[in-house]
Design a protein. Structure first.
Length: 160
C-alpha cells in the first residue's frame, strides 16, 4: 500500500545518508544540531535519551496529523484537499511504523519512515501548487514537515 514509488525510496535513502553524515556532532542537548531547533526543543523538553525523544516526536506527529486532518475535513471538498487527507492518513501510518521500528531497535528505519511521513505533507502542498491554488492548510503542513524532520534527525542520534 505504501511502497509504490521507487524513485521516492532512493530519495529517502540518499537523504538518510546525508543526515547521517551531518549528524555526528556531540553536544549537551539533543537539539543542538537539529533542523528547526525551536520545534525540536518543544518536542524534546528535558529528555536526554534520543530514543525517548523519537518516541515523543512520533506520538506528537500522530496527534498533530490527526488535528490537521480534522482541519482539512472542515474545508470544502476538492481533489486537492481530499489528496491531503489521504496523505495525512499515510503519514499517520508512517509515524506508527517509525515507532515500531524503534521497538525492534531499527532507528534507521525509523528515520526513513519519518522522512516518508514528511514527503506526504509535501505532497499535500504540491497538489495545490500543481493546480495553482492556495493551500488553506499550508501552515499546518509546514509545521508537520518541520516536526517530521526533527523526528528523523533525532532518530539518527540513537546508537544501534
Ligand atoms: C471529495 O472529493 C474527492 C475528489 O474529487 C472525491 O473522490 C471524494 O469522494 C469527495 N468526498 C466527499 C466526502 O465528497
Ligand atoms: C513498544 O514496546 C513497548 C514496551 O514493550 C510497548 O509498550 C509499546 O506498545 C510498543 N509500541 C509499539 C508501537 O509497538
Amino acid at each position: 500500500m505504501v511502497f509504490k514509488d521507487y524513485t521516492f525510496f532512493s530519495y529517502v535513502f540518499l537523504e538518510t545518508i546525508v543526515i547521517l553524515l551531518t549528524s555526528h556532532a556531540h553536544g549537551a542537548g539533543l537539539c543542538d544540531n537539529s533542523p528547526n531547533k525551536q520545534v525540536c526543543d518543544s518536542i524534546v523538553y528535558t529528555r536526554t535519551d534520543p530514543h525517548d525523544a523519537v518516541v515523543a516526536a512520533c506520538h506528537k506527529l500522530v496527534y498533530e496529523t490527526k488535528v490537521a486532518k480534522v482541519v482539512a475535513q472542515s474545508q470544502p471538498n476538492s481533489t486537492e484537499i481530499y489528496n491531503c487527507i489521504t496523505k495525512f492518513d499515510g503519514s499517520i501510518v508512517f509515524a506508527k511504523y517509525a515507532l515500531n521500528s524503534l521497538n525492534v531497535s531499527q532507528p534507521l528505519s525509523s528515520n526513513a519512515y519519518l522522512i516518508a511521513a514528511r514527503a506526504n505533507y509535501k505532497l499535500c502542498d504540491e497538489g495545490f501548487q500543481n493546480s495553482g491554488k492556495t493551500n488553506p492548510i499550508a501552515k499546518s503542513t509546514k509545521h508537520l514537515q518541520d516536526m517530521a524532520s526533527v523526528g528523523a534527525y533525532l532518530a539518527t542520534l540513537i546508537s544501534s
